[in-house]
Ligand binder design. Structure first.
Ligand SMILES: [Mn+2]
Length: 289
């Protein structure tokens, strides 16, 4: 595997990694410490370190969901990134995820900027003929290019959509006119804006319950309100509450979820809100799935 950490600081409750005895249908964490296309608040390259550190603040018993975290999962460490080269980094992520899938393990990616999700999802579309990406984000990330770049945090879901997957965008509150026109011109992008979530969570839950394909969940930490998760690449006021994101994860608990990413945590402070909340998303996911 293309990892640069032999003895990584591992996510709390992860199983010992013995590559000869990996359990099938388990989950495997990789970190992608990369933030070269970040346009505003940089620092998400440190996300994998601070999120893992924050994971040690939780109990094995998840009080909200009345369940133990008993899903088997591994922490494989961080991939080797190529600073300054998004396309090369995404290819390395893609190759690493392909190896993880060959082991029968489903990927959980800690970012790093959102751009790396294309590598993960590309590998998954080779394995799953149909895929629905549930995308929690303040932004649509559907620009065709961003300041001339096709591979960027601002274009990632456009590249994902080009792979032929269905998209469900949740928490949206910032987009360009071109992105809105693009959504209108397609048939397979469903949108729940931030106020749709605040006022009609039942509609979000109902919609997710009807998805029949395998699901990939991509969580940009800026989907949360900046009061909850301030240290992100592009904060956007008016975001989701922690309990609303819990409800979305809960709605996916009985679906076939084949991967998760939690990206854009940009802080160098241990115990910072954003890192703790990002760790909680992964912890809740593993408690429920
Ligand atoms: Mn975003």
């Amino acid at each position: 595997m293309l990892l640069n950490t032999y003895e990584p600081w591992k996510f709390a409750f992860s199983a010992d990694t013995d590559f000869d005895n990996i359990k099938k249908d388990s989950y495997g964490i990789i970190g992608v410490p990369f933030d070269s296309t970040t346009s505003y608040h940089s620092g998400s390259r440190l996300g994998p370190v601070v999120v893992r550190e924050a994971s040690y603040g939780f109990e094995k018993y998840n009080t909200n969901f009345k369940s133990d975290l008993d899903t088997t999962f591994y922490d494989f460490g961080d991939v080797n990134v190529v600073p300054g080269n998004c396309e090369a980094t995404c290819r390395i992520v893609e190759d690493t995820v392909r190896e993880i899938l060959d082991l029968g393990v489903k990927p959980i990616t800690i970012g790093g900027e959102h751009s790396a999700s294309i590598g993960v999802i590309k590998a998954l579309t080779e394995k799953y003929e149909k895929l629905t990406v549930v995308h929690l984000d303040a932004h649509r990330d559907l620009a065709f290019d961003f300041i001339g770049e096709k591979y960027s945090h601002a274009t990632v879901m456009r590249r994902v959509h080009e792979l032929g997957v269905d998209l469900v965008q949740v928490g949206i509150r910032s987009s360009s006119w071109e992105e809105e026109e693009f959504v209108k011109s397609t048939y397979n992008i469903q949108t729940f804006k931030n106020k749709d979530v605040h006022r009609h969570m039942d509609a979000v839950e109902y919609y997710l319950a009807t998805v029949e394909t395998p699901i990939y969940l991509s969580v940009d930490m800026d989907v949360f309100d900046p009061a909850i998760a301030p240290a992100v690449g592009n904060p956007a006021p008016g975001g989701l509450f922690t309990s609303e994101v819990e409800d979305v994860i809960k709605a996916l608990a009985f679906k076939e979820v084949v991967g998760l990413d939690v990206v854009e945590t940009a802080t160098d402070k241990l115990g910072e809100n954003t890192a703790v909340t990002a760790a909680k998303v992964i912890y809740d996911f593993l408690s429920l799935i």
